[in-house]
Design a protein around this ligand. Structure first.
Ligand SMILES: NC(=O)c1ccc[n+]([C@@H]2O[C@H](COP(=O)([O-])OP(=O)(O)OC[C@H]3O[C@@H](n4cnc5c(N)ncnc54)[C@H](O)[C@@H]3O)[C@@H](O)[C@H]2O)c1
Length: 437
């Protein structure tokens, strides 16, 4: 046992600010309201339903995670956010069409009370969208100051003790790091000069991090994952997580691929295609937004298979990812995976996976868990990249000197060991020699 890390108690209200009140955000918010009323269960949420084994298997200690570490109670969460559309969260949830009308009616009052604050938005970064609820400003610095003012006013109005911010907005166009992103000084200069390399999402992230507020990016766009933001987060002690929630097809990929790799089954090709009909699908129909998503989706297999260590098995793998916008399906995505594998002496086999999933149903628990764990990290004095939250993300943030860990099972072990470490419990290695010696 080591001594536990000092963690400030989760006292008072936690404000969860969501940038982009679309399908994912409203499904999260309505879900938390329904769960609070005892109308549904928080299925898929590790913070609400997960347990953690402590000590030796013979000790039979497995408390619930939310009894083991001090997390904010669902009753203490207050939601708020921004969107380019004026619709309140009830109307937005109806548009998103994820949850049944009956279920939404039961939490209608609470949802209607959440009205989006005017957004920082520029169509240059999300080509398929345009909306009226948008801030005007002298330059991007001015817009960031307006977001800071929104954050402070929200905190005051709702009597929040702490805040977290999560980008649940649309996927922005593909961007790469530039000199503007190198340091806080260059970034702030670029804000003033309205530099094109600062997309709207970065303006929000900068505002949150400047306030020392934990920030997560649920989408794949380049947002907090640049040196300037890391420098600022180190200064303000803001914890960060992202990028791009691991939900449908990529979740399945990172469940199946480690299994094939564990048994040294070769993979020649992995063809993934999706049909999706929600607004996210429409935004991703723009090639520039799709490129951001594609890059985020494609890296997982490379890291899991490690072709440089296993050239005979994975060197020539062809990996193709397609997303097609198909309105009739709404939020109910259908993914097909065709996996060409080979075994002993090179004999070929095939694996087909047809996943009929509900995107936002898989995403909502990730938004909730990210908010609660980031708040825990902040109260435990942890700042910067929270790699233990890789479990939730398709393109996990990581230190520059290490590769990202994509294997879901290693990610879960890392997450749980981080919780054990925080509470001064023995880390679990699964060695277990003591049972046999
Ligand atoms: N659902 C999933 O399984 C999943 C998984 C991983 C990532 N994501 C990502 O999460 C994001 C949200 O997905 P969704 O299905 O809720 O999409 P959505 O289109 O329903 O919602 C996005 C919302 O963001 C708003 N928005 C866009 N730019 C904004 C800005 N600058 N400021 C404020 N609001 C802005 C839009 O108006 C829209 O209401 C997308 O980027 C998506 O790629 C979703």
């Amino acid at each position: 046992m080591t001594s536990p890390v000092e963690i400030a108690p989760a006292r008072g209200k936690l404000g969860v600010l969501l940038v982009g009140l679309g399908a994912v955000a409203t499904t999260t918010i309505a879900g938390v309201f329904a769960i609070r009323k005892g109308l549904a269960l928080p299925i898929g949420s590790l913070t609400q339903m997960g347990t953690i084994r402590l000590g030796k298997r013979t000790e039979a200690r497995a408390p619930k995670i939310n009894e083991f570490v001090p997390l904010a109670d669902l009753n203490d969460i207050v939601f708020g956010g921004w969107d380019i559309f004026e619709a309140d969260c009830y109307a937005a949830a109806r548009t998103a069409g994820v949850l049944e009308t009956d279920q939404l009616e039961k939490v209608r009052g609470e949802l209607e009370a959440i009205k989006p604050m005017p957004a920082v938005f520029d169509q240059r970064y999300v080509k398929r969208l345009d909306g009226p609820n948008v801030k005007k400003g002298k330059n991007k610095r001015d817009l960031a100051d307006q977001v800071v003012a929104d954050i402070r006013a929200f905190k005051e109005k709702h009597g929040c003790d702490r805040l977290v911010m999560i980008w649940t907005g649309s996927t922005e166009v593909f961007m790469t790091q530039t000199a503007a992103h190198a340091t806080v000084a260059s970034f702030e200069r670029a804000l003033e000069q309205n530099d094109e390399s600062i997309p709207s999402s970065m303006v929000y992230a900068y505002a949150a991090i400047r306030e020392g507020i934990p920030f997560a990016n649920a989408a794949p766009n380049l947002t907090a994952d640049v040196p300037a933001m890391l420098e600022l987060a180190a200064k303000t002690r803001a914890p960060l997580a992202g990028n791009d929630m691991k939900t449908g097809q990529t979740l399945i990929k990172t469940i199946i691929a480690p299994g094939l790799k564990a048994r040294l089954i070769g993979v020649r090709g992995w063809y993934s295609t999706n049909i999706l009909g929600n607004r996210d699908g429409e935004v991703l129909d723009d090639p520039e937004s799709f490129k951001t998503k594609e890059e985020s989706k494609k890296s997982a297999l490379d890291y899991i298979f490690q072709p440089h260590l296993y050239p005979d098995l994975y060197k020539d793998l062809t990996h193709v990812v397609r997303i097609n916008y198909y309105p009739p399906r709404g939020d109910n995505k259908e993914g097909w995976d065709n996996i060409d594998i080979f075994g002993w002496l090179g004999y070929p086999m095939q694996l087909k996976i047809n996943f009929l999933c509900r995107d936002s149903i898989l995403a909502a628990p990730i938004v909730l868990d990210s908010a609660l764990f980031l708040d825990l990290a902040k109260r435990a004095g942890m700042s910067g990249i929270q790699e233990w939250l890789s479990f939730y993300y398709k393109a996990p943030m990581h230190a520059p000197e290490v590769y990202p860990e994509h294997d879901l099972f290693i990610q879960l072990m890392k997450l749980k060991n981080t919780l054990r470490y925080l509470r001064g419990e023995e880390l679990i290695t699964h060695l277990g020699r003591e049972y046999y010696d």
